[in-house]
Write a protein that binds this ligand. Sequence first.
Ligand code: NPQ
Ligand code: MG
Length: 381
Amino acid sequence: MTNLDQLQPIHLRGFELRVIGLPLVRPFRTSFGTQNDRRILLVRAIADEGDGWGECVSGDDPLYSSEYVEISHHVMIHHLIPRLLTADGAPLHATDVARLLEPVKEHRMAKGALEAAVLDAQLRANGVPLTTALGSVVDRVPSGVSVGIHDDIDSLVRTIGGYLDEGYVRIKLKIEPGSDIEPVRVIRQTFGDAVPLQVDANTAYTRDDGAHLARLDRFGLLLIEQPLPEDDVTGHAIIARQVVTPICLDESIVSARAAVDAIERGACSIVNIKAGRVGGYLEAVEVHDVCRERGIPVWCGGMLETGIGRAMNLALAALPNFTLTGDVSASERFWARDIVRDPIVLEHGHVVLRTGPGTGVELDHDFIASVTLSSETVLRR
Ligand code: NPQ
Ligand code: MG
């Protein structure tokens, strides 16, 4: 990572918090529920030197984690933004944000979104791309797709066939008890053993399910993601001893410290990194680094982001220890129309990094205005 402290700081005036609503191109079902559309909290950092944008990955409901849009909005307004808009108006570095927000417990998605907006503003003001700041080493990354739970296997096969035709190089299938072994068996039977395939349970199993999950071993999956609840690290270590397929953690890994803990306890041999889940892109780089030092490969998760978060995820996914294909799909996987002017597209199974200053994306402000549900601006008093 570039020494961000050597960049010129910015003089922060305030933030705009804007909630937009976007319909999904098709429903997305996970073990915790079905999503038809998505509210997304966008954050604009307003500085003397110019603006920056970030995106909060909180969901509509507290189902993936305890955070959701209204809560993230509330904690930003009442607890986080006041800590960044200090009375003296001292110059701010993006690297200061996590430390200033540290006294507030949890709310990592909210913290991460504020840091992302400040980071974008500071990088744009300095003319530095996020890719340079994070330490990206490639200009494009292979693209995987996350496939929801389907009611019938024929439609699942059609959906996956469509994604493979589009060029996605890895399929991740959402599973839950009652929809796991059989869909995986049919996918393998239909598309063969060569298709890179993995499954994600989003915490739907228990410590007693080790023998059941071991029935997935014969299908040669890349990994099983987060079979047990997020606080059951020891449970994952128990499961990991019963299955041959590597266990990967998502929800459990809320910081670099949590990653070290899970690795040292034998709970996972692969880590999914999502910046929002760990409190921001700078902590995400720390997670990457501690995994790399311990020989644990990582991959970049997805949270149904717009073009802002997607561009940032791409910069992260280009770091050297991201050796497994991530969930950074083309924008059209989720959205009929993105809020950026140059949405991420799939090119021969890859997605290409944005290289302009900051996130490098240009927002479609007219479209954003048309999908805005609420907006609020908080300025230094
Ligand atoms: C995962 N994402 O890896 C998550 C789960 C997820 C692409 O599989 C709204 C907001 C709906 C966040 C549904 C993918 C969501 C969401 C699923 C995150 O576990
Ligand atoms: Mg997951």
